[in-house]
Design a protein around this ligand. Structure first.
Ligand SMILES: [Zn+2]
Length: 333
């Protein structure tokens, strides 16, 4: 495994693009890469975002965070892929628009340099980033659906020692929820297989309006500081607050059966984390043709709201709300 071209960088900022392939419009598809090197030695922390092309908010928060970071005080190095799937992003979509299957970059790691385009992108990120980091976050967000959420997903199907390190990384981010989740084929999952701690924050969404955008941008910047303090790259920040941990069995998504206009009763980011009583009405779906109410969306049990969305059009089967069942969730102090 050869050292990447950025490994010789001295203190300061560096930006490059890693060429992947030629697209059908004739332009070169390349993966962008920021490297910020501190004055002092320390770990290499990788950040990948826009794995899903329409999840824009984290990269905006990362830009703000990097702009304010003083390299003179930084220990170690940040390696950041600000748009992991530029083709998906250019298409305003989640997946790579290409001819072949396996177009979700979140499912194809470590990739294949002679596979389809999505696999080629993964291979470039694996070779130039994943193989050289001591910890990683693959930063996700909501797409165009107006999501309200703030949690960190981590993989628990790992040896006990790594599970502890993954949980510590997830908690250092400081989101109100940590979710035991499993994504085979994800960058974090691949790194976990190599014994490296890596987790997936999932915060906010695109097109949320100014107040909520600011709220989540601030949460993401605090999360990055929390993780870097935990890794010893900057001064440690305050201990993470109380967080709710839940696994996939505790997770219940409330998905409308019908497409229509969702009238959401939970449209404030601050409302997440609330204990909702079973039977509470969360919203309703209205038919934009007949103007009838097609269905009411109701909490199936007592649970903590960890995912909500603004009112807006939804497709049948899309996530509208999600609850962590209270009886199966644990508070971490
Ligand atoms: Zn995503």
């Amino acid at each position: 495994m050869s050292a990447p071209l950025w490994s010789e960088q001295k203190e300061g900022r560096f930006f490059t693009r890693i060429d992947v392939t030629t697209m059908l419009n004739g332009a070169t598809l390349s993966v962008p890469l920021h490297v910020v090197t501190g004055a002092q030695a320390g770990p290499t922390f990788g950040i990948v975002t826009n794995t899903h092309g329409d999840e824009f908010l984290p990269t905006v928060a990362i830009r703000e965070f990097l702009g304010a970071l003083a390299t003179a005080q930084l220990r170690g190095r940040l390696v950041v892929v600000p748009v992991a799937n530029p083709m998906a992003t250019a298409g305003f979509g989640r997946l790579t628009p290409e001819q072949h299957g396996r177009t979700d970059l979140h499912e194809v790691y470590p990739g294949n340099a002679r596979g389809n385009t999505t696999q080629m992108i993964a291979a470039a990120i694996t070779e130039n980033v994943l193989h050289h980091v001591d910890a990683l976050i693959d930063f996700h967000s909501g797409g165009s659906g107006g999501r309200l959420q703030a949690r960190v997903d981590y993989n628990t199907s790992t040896p006990e020692d790594l599970k502890t390190r993954n949980l510590a990384l997830a908690r250092a981010f400081g989101a109100p929820f940590v979710h035991e989740n499993e994504f085979a084929g994800a960058a974090a999952h691949y790194l976990n297989g190599r014994g490296i701690p890596a987790v997936n924050p999932e915060v906010g969404g695109s097109y949320l309006g100014p107040e909520t955008t600011r709220y989540y941008t601030r949460a993401m910047i605090e999360g990055l500081k929390g993780i870097m303090g935990h890794l010893g790259m900057i001064e440690a920040v305050a201990k993470p607050r109380r967080q709710l941990q839940f696994d996939q069995k505790a997770r219940r998504e409330i998905r409308p059966k019908h497409s229509g206009y969702l009238v959401s009763y939970y449209e404030k980011a601050e409302e997440l984390g609330q204990l909702i009583k079973g039977g509470t009405k969360l919203g309703e779906v209205v038919d934009i043709y007949s103007y009838k109410v097609l269905e009411e969306l109701v909490a199936p049990f007592d649970g903590f709201l960890f995912f909500s969305r603004y009112s807006g059009v939804v497709g049948g089967g899309t996530q509208a709300f999600a609850l962590a069942e209270a009886a199966r969730s644990t508070w971490l102090d």
